[in-house]
Design a protein around this ligand. Structure first.
Ligand SMILES: Nc1ncnc2c1ncn2[C@@H]1O[C@H](COP(=O)(O)OP(=O)(O)OP(=O)(O)O)[C@@H](O)[C@H]1O
Ligand SMILES: [Mg+2]
Length: 411
């Protein structure tokens, strides 16, 4: 449906014109009512989405499980309840025009209840069901002709031993569900690692696992893609993500790769999102190998850490485009308005209160955009905030962002 120009982020328009809901409800009573977005989950992703929604004149209602959460101060209204319970979800949906999610770990049967009652939910429960199972997700992508690492379901440790013998080591053992920030992954370097990895991932408690071929990547790439209800697509620039211990530390935009690599990555990302008939903003994670091959690692069915830089660096952020997409509004331009941008995550080193130390020093760094999520507690490796800087080059942007990030600690 669209033409892609290698190396550039792009926006494609659906053939059908968008129907744009009015912000003002012209009901007979003539009472003004803002378009209201419901978000399941109130973490930092909901917070930044709520900021974008508010800018567009929308109200936001958030369903959270506990009373203190990052997006709390931005919500027009908060519901405290279990998002796996259909009753809580229906209560949320009754207050809003459209429901969306900030995390992918919600029971899909409960989500489907919303659709059965005629509420709008984006992404859909069927798509969430597919994405939640990482193996099924990858098999769907492979079925659509996308390159993914070799993978197979394993039901007992003997299956992992057989896979290691057949494919060689290293090998990854991964949880099919509920994995994030590398918590559901173990790299197996020797057959002797298998037993411990199996237990660590809960295989002995019946957690479904799969084996995945180790990809000897030189770089990890990511692309944010927003897809509207009517098929309109906005593809953000290809970025490089740098992980340590399976957790994202740094994002470089645009990725320092050849234009044809950027072009291929963007094309794959767009195809991956189309393969699951997505609506909303998605993060597509990829591996780039030394010989220029790109494998799709996975899709995140939501705004994504690799797209936080878009707030300051792009014409329309991933958050604003998510709001626009789920409301059926026209998408904004995903192109960069600066030659380069770097985002550095602020990760806690220990457990403690969520308040940052050294914020004053960070705020003195010119050009650094500091985001503190306002989490009630820190925990080792927990994402507590991020810093973005833009610049003429990646080096320049990195120096500013890292300088501010170095000032801040949690715990
Ligand atoms: N097949 C693989 N080969 C090599 N490294 C891998 C492989 N799969 C995962 N990794 C490494 O582990 C990181 C996290 O993996 P993955 O994205 O599958 O897990 P996750 O728990 O969903 O993490 P996140 O929430 O950060 O996306 C990857 O970014 C990569 O650095
Ligand atoms: Mg991942």
């Amino acid at each position: 449906m669209s033409t892609y120009y290698a190396g550039e982020s792009s926006r494609t328009l659906a053939a059908e014109p968008q129907s744009v809901p009015s912000i003002v409800d012209s009901s007979p009573s003539e009472t003004r009512r803002a378009i209201t977005l419901g978000i399941i989950g109130g973490g930092q992703l909901a917070k930044m989405t709520a900021q974008a929604a508010s800018q567009l004149g929308c109200e936001v209602v958030i369903l959270e499980r506990q009373a203190e959460f990052p997006a709390g101060s931005l919500a027009t209204r908060t519901l405290i309840g279990d998002w796996d319970e259909p009753e809580s979800l229906l209560e949320l949906a009754a207050l809003v025009d459209v429901v969306t999610l900030e995390n992918e770990f919600v029971q899909t049967n409960s989500l489907a209840t919303l659709e059965h009652h005629g509420h709008k939910l984006w992404p859909s429960s069927a798509m969430m069901r597919l994405i939640q199972d990482k193996l099924a997700q990858k098999q769907t992508l492979a079925g659509a002709g996308l390159p993914v690492p070799r993978m197979r379901a394993v039901e007992r440790t003997e299956d992992v031993v057989a896979t290691a013998t057949e494919w060689g080591l290293p090998l990854l053992l991964k949880a099919r569900r509920n994995a994030y920030d590398g918590k559901g992954n173990v790299t197996l370097r020797a057959v002797a690692d298998i037993e411990m990895a199996w237990r660590k991932l809960g295989g002995h408690h019946g957690n479904a696992l799969f084996a995945e071929q180790f990809c000897p990547f030189t770089n990890e790439l990511a692309v944010i893609v927003t897809r509207g209800v009517n098929g309109e697509v906005a593809t953000y620039p290809v970025v490089e993500t740098v992980q340590r211990d399976h957790i994202c530390h740094l994002v470089r935009a645009p990725a320092p790769v050849a234009p044809e690599i950027a072009g291929l990555a963007a094309e794959l990302a767009r195809s991956a999102v189309a393969a699951v008939a997505a609506v909303g903003t998605f993060g597509v994670e990829m591996f780039l190998t030394g010989d220029g091959e790109i494998l799709v690692n996975e899709l995140a069915p939501r705004v994504h850490n690799s797209g936080h830089y878009t707030i300051e660096a792009c014409h329309c952020s991933q958050f604003e485009n998510h709001v626009r997409a789920v409301l059926g509004w026209p998408l904004g331009s995903p192109t960069l308005r600066t030659p380069a941008a770097v985002m550095v995550n602020l990760l806690a080193s220990t457990d403690g209160p969520g308040t940052p130390n050294g914020l004053g020093d960070a705020l003195r760094v010119e050009g650094a955009h500091v985001h503190i999520y306002g989490k009630a507690r820190s925990g080792k490796g927990r994402k507590m905030g991020h810093v973005t800087a833009t610049g003429a080059t990646l080096e320049e942007a990195f120096a500013v962002a890292q300088c501010a990030a170095d000032c801040i600690s949690f715990g």
